[in-house]
Ligand binder design. Sequence first.
Ligand SMILES: *Cc1c(COP(=O)(O)O)cnc(C)c1O
Length: 393
Amino acid sequence: MSDSWNKRTKLVHGGTRRSQYNEVSEAIFLTQGFVYDTAEQAEQRFLKAGEDEFIYARYGNPTVAMFEDRIAALEGTEDAFATASGMAAVNGALMSGLKAGDHVVAAKALFGSCLYILENILVRFGVEVTLVDGTNLDEWRDAIREDTKLVFFESVSNPTLEVIDIKAVSDLAHAVGALVVVDNVFSTPVFSRAAELGADVIVYSATKHIDGQGRALGGVILGSKEFIRGTVEPYLKHTGAAMSPFSAWIMLKGLETIDLRVRAQADSALKIAEALQGHPKLDRVIYPGLKDHAQHDLTVAQMEKGGTVLSIEVKGGQEACFRFLNAIQIAVISNNLGDAKSIATHPATTTHQRLPAEQKVDLGITPGLVRFSVGLEDADDLIADLVQALDQA
Ligand SMILES: *Cc1c(COP(=O)(O)O)cnc(C)c1O
């Protein structure tokens, strides 16, 4: 692979390793281990494995390595480590470098499981966590201290789609030497400029847009070679959240088409958001690509398009909202996002169900809120379907 290639070329050819058969499509090395020619070679490999020398699939595997190299080429980071799920990636990025007594600052509007790691797991091990309103730079400035070790946020928050200023928060964190970890799922690797804007570590749930067809769980941590091989790899290879070679193959194939898919989904999302704006049955249409979104200018600067997800607030509370959801004919009711199939989610009763009522109110997760992940269907069909469903709310 040439470094001068553009991203779309790297997405098709990056990281490719061919076996002695010179296959066109990437091989699935569905093997737990690797044979050594001699006992001496085994000893040598355990002492120090070279590039493309593998020991055990929990440590690394050729199909997984292809995926890691391809996504790192897209993101523009030195290295990547693939994991069994997005949450294994978030957990690995946070736990691998933190220790008791460390201080972490994080945005409070987060995916439910990310919040669980911060509020329920890290604190049990003596890590102090301060949560802030991620869109308010004054709150970040007040919370980040001389001894802050790490800051964490979702560049676009779930499900209320607040966009966080990666550069401004990174500058504040770097001033005290803190590591900046960004969960970048909603930005997608296609629209991401996180590394260039200052993020040290970028995390994806590959389950979302990277697969993009709802087949497999996966995750990835991206960063410098030093952080990935020196901090993340020792933690993950001994704790066991390795990505399956079969899932890595699915993700590799997903990367070949991700640019086309995500751009088409984002264009449809904007069209749908514009069509629904001002609808009499809706209190709000939230989409970072809309001009009236509070961080619209930041969205354009940071991620080019508004992403593939919009959120809408149906008037009349949960009852009206459920009538609307149950009347939708094309999108499915589920809780993934970034899929080829459009997906409608009711966060208050599903993904964010366990949060106390006051926390839901604080985060804007109201009984009428629906998260709508836009798929690859015809946008006009989706608009017509949503409008007929709103008529029945
Ligand atoms: C889905 C998601 C995760 C977790 O990913 P899994 O693959 O489900 O483990 C983490 N962060 C965000 C923002 C997500 O949307």
